[in-house]
Design a protein around this ligand. Structure first.
Ligand code: TYC
Length: 101
């Protein structure tokens, strides 16, 4: 909004707010990572409750991949890196990728 000197309303400017591009963190299935480890990752990094984490883990196990969450790019990349790093420390081959929505 703009006011003139008499404080009268002159114009209503359009403020354009662009929604941020969103990115899915996609987790991939493998034959070695224990199911309970994947559930723990989904709970700790993606803040899922046990029930939802188990459902997502089984979907990935059965379908080959699945979305853990959708975030702005920096957060998606941070979470994907945390997953891979935590898996490496525990000697599991768990992988995930970041995919633009
Ligand atoms: N397929 C694994 C097993 O049978 C479990 C698993 C689920 C691994 C999801 C990775 O992203 C994954 N132990």
């Amino acid at each position: 909004m703009t006011l003139n000197n008499d404080n009268n309303l002159l114009t209503k400017e359009k403020v354009k707010l662009k929604k941020p591009n969103m990115y899915a963190v996609v987790m991939l299935n493998d034959d070695y990572t224990p199911m309970e480890f994947v559930i723990y990752v989904l709970q700790s990094i993606f803040k899922k409750n046990y029930e939802d984490a188990k459902k997502i883990m089984l979907l990935i196990h059965n379908e080959g991949k699945g979305i853990c969450g959708v975030f702005p790019l920096d957060i998606a990349e941070t979470k994907a890196n945390q997953v891979v790093e935590f898996a490496r420390i525990n000697q599991h081959p768990l992988e995930c990728k970041v995919q633009k929505q």
